[in-house]
Design a protein around this ligand. Sequence first.
Ligand code: AKG
Ligand code: FE2
Length: 524
Amino acid sequence: MDDVQEAFGAQLLRDGHLVIDGFLPEGHVTQLRSEVVACHEAGHLHVAGLVDSSINSVSAAKYENTQTRGDVIGWFDSDEQGWPYGRGLHNYLVKVGTMLSELGAHVPELKQITSRSKVMVACYPGGGARYVKHVDNDGKHPLCRTRLLTGLLYLNPEWKPGDGGELAIYEQSDKNVERRVVQPRGNRLLLFWSDWRTPHEVRPAQQPRYAVTLWFLHKCTDLRWAEEEELPAPVPAPASEAPSLDAASGDVTGTATPGVHTCGSGTDTTAAWATSPVDDGPGDSNNDDGKSDGGGGTVGRGHTGAHCEQLVQPAGDMVRHCWRRLEVQGGQLNDGAGRWELRVEVPGERPGCPVLEVSDSHVSVSSSSGAPLAQLPLPAGRWEASGSTWSRKRGLLATTFEALPTTPASSSTAAAPVAGPGDAGSAAAAAAEKAAAAAPCTRGRAAPVRHGWLRLGDAGGRESESAWELRVEVPGECPVLEVSEAQVCVASPGGRPLLRVPLPRGSWGPPANKWSRRRGLLTF
Ligand SMILES: O=C(O)CCC(=O)C(=O)O
Ligand SMILES: [Fe+2]
């Protein structure tokens, strides 16, 4: 059995897609098809809409364009209320979920999956209904950008050539070159990466064509966006520069505020966290297991027809974090080595207090049910966690880190978080900070320049300590990057400084960059 999984995994790794015929036992697939047909006949599938970069609200996505996509769809939960047609759908979800978790042993990227979308049931009614070339996750739309893997089960036992409705996959490097054409035969499972790796289209269907579609989602645990809303606090590690996830809280001192439960404190805080009483709220655990019905939050409700509406998790499905430098002594910011606050925002309604584990180089964040949520690098130097507060209402854990005395060499590195090449001294750091304060972009609220670090897997499948991708989102024209030893400077094409991102300590290989007008991509 493991050999079979290994072969499937190898196929997905090699081709970026995987076709498995006869996925369900015969009786199960017949049952599921009759449930889907019953759902259609009951009038619960509707003309589909699109969410793309030109649409920025779910309601706007209700527009219908049957030239672009001609299917009728519905979004469903698999429980008896959400899907009253039988248990076939539930059984399929269990099977595909199990298969994916087993496949994760061979395809490390699949380990990023933390939940899935609702089920999209689709019928292309024939008469040439199609879906033009697209990717399911273009990296831009917040409703779709957590899609990692698309899973389709085709339910057309009578399908024959001439019926049309084939799914054509194109080369990622050239969307005009066909890579594979998949016939939508009954009981065929198709998996493919949802992002730019898999441009695809549904060719005109001449006969009714049924499929059940799922998107397996990741939480972007390593992708940290930093809104440049205020003067950034320089962070000497690949961590965001945003001052706050929740600017309204104003709570930067690390002391408890009304509604905030202390989650771990005392001198041996590492140990205190590891064993700290966890304030579990109802509904905490299910969102972490990758098999729960993802989505279903309030945001998308009532907007049937939007392609991605159900993907909005109750509190957004990103585990966001930011580092914030705390004020010390008379309101002065000290240099980068002082006190920092790490804020981690855990999605989900009334989530349980996350658990932190602090090592020399990382903070690992797990949900109260033990699911890993994020691994955040600590700035260079030695750090001790000195207090922590947990707001269950906001799903926000704020932890203060204090710099411990270091050797002169490492302390100078830690103290020069934004210095340019060779600028390790505090005067240079102060000058750099002054320059940052003067840069108009760092204050601009109108057009925030966002950036995030994404940790990449390495060839051996283990998460790499050294391969990071920096993503910079700049409104307007393609920005210019300048990489020095210590930082990446992002400027507008006219040379206006937009953002300075400190590089982690160490030496970084020459960046391989890919730019698009809307998305900057720089890989180290
Ligand atoms: O049904 C299919 O084969 C694919 C449909 C599709 O591409 C989509 O819904 O995004
Ligand atoms: Fe698609």
